[in-house]
Design a protein around this ligand. Structure first.
Ligand code: IPD
Ligand code: CA
Ligand code: CA
Length: 256
């Protein structure tokens, strides 16, 4: 098995074993930004597994020292040990383990594992995206009016208002909108055609690094709100080609 898949799977198995048990829950930036002892344990498994095979690896970790800077070097692993921790603490089975390899600022490999459904998503830059070994392509071609979209709720309260206004506006011109609570899982479900588009602001690099490569390799258009997608910006607009530009235009209008 590929190294990052092996690491994600090991961590995911632990998260599944401890799912529905009592957890030590600490809050970070706000009441919804939580971390459990399982996040730390999963992160350790991932780091140890990767270091065993690649001692030169460097890490950007959600449960690390808080540094989000991605060094301009090769063999950097951006890790979200449990993406969707709030769901996890409520025993809601929608969360993912996300690992992305970044070389000189470019995402080159990604594994996102959903332990509760045993879905392993994997992509290598230029080689397509895969779900449990089978290639996935999002061939959906909806109009905006028929599109099934998902967004996320930011931790930064100053972004609440904008997020609410985007939902207000888009709910009237699309099929419906979801907030599922794990950007990594949402991007993978967009990659395999269960969703048509996703937007969010206020993200950290580890939230999207894995899912972005998987979605992009599956034919999803990935951008920022105004320019290209940038791991550091925290903004993402990801959608199938038939709706991406219109979705982005509406989001930009709401912003101003
Ligand atoms: C969060 C999830 C959520 C998104 C938040 C993220 P976490 O990550 O991806 O869907 O809306 O912005 O921070 O804290 O559960 O790893
Ligand atoms: Ca997390
Ligand atoms: Ca996250």
């Amino acid at each position: 098995m590929k190294l990052i898949c092996e690491a994600a799977k090991k961590a995911g198995i632990l998260a599944k074993e401890r799912f529905d048990k009592e957890h030590t829950i600490d809050t970070k930036t706000r009441v919804s930004d939580v971390v459990t002892e399982v996040d730390f344990a999963c992160q350790k498994i991932i780091v140890d597994t990767i270091l065993k095979h690649l001692p030169e690896a460097k890490f950007v970790l959600e449960e690390g020292n808080g540094d989000t800077t991605i060094p301009n070097a090769e063999c950097i692993f951006v890790v979200d040990p449990i993406d969707g921790t709030l769901n996890y603490t409520h025993s809601l089975p929608y969360f993912a383990v996300s690992i992305a390899r970044v070389d000189y600022g470019e995402i080159t490999e990604a594994a996102v594992y959903l332990p509760m459904t045993d879905e392993m998503f994997y992509a290598k830059k230029g080689s397509g995206a895969f779900l449990n070994g089978t290639q996935i392509v999002n061939k959906n071609n909806p109009t905006l009016e028929r599109s099934f979209l998902v967004t996320g709720w930011p931790y930064d309260e100053s972004l609440f208002d904008w997020t609410l206004r985007t939902i207000e506006k888009l709910a009237r011109v699309t099929q419906e909108i979801r907030i599922l609570g794990s950007s990594a899982a949402e991007l993978c479900h967009l990659a395999c055609g269960k969703l048509d588009g996703y937007w969010e602001v206020g993200l950290k690099p580890w939230d999207t690094a894995g899912g972005v490569l998987i979605a992009r390799e599956a034919g999803v258009v990935i951008s920022g709100l105004t320019g290209d997608y940038d791991l550091r910006s925290g903004e993402i607009v990801a959608a199938v080609p038939s709706i991406h530009e219109r979705l982005r235009e509406i989001l930009k209008e709401v912003r101003s």
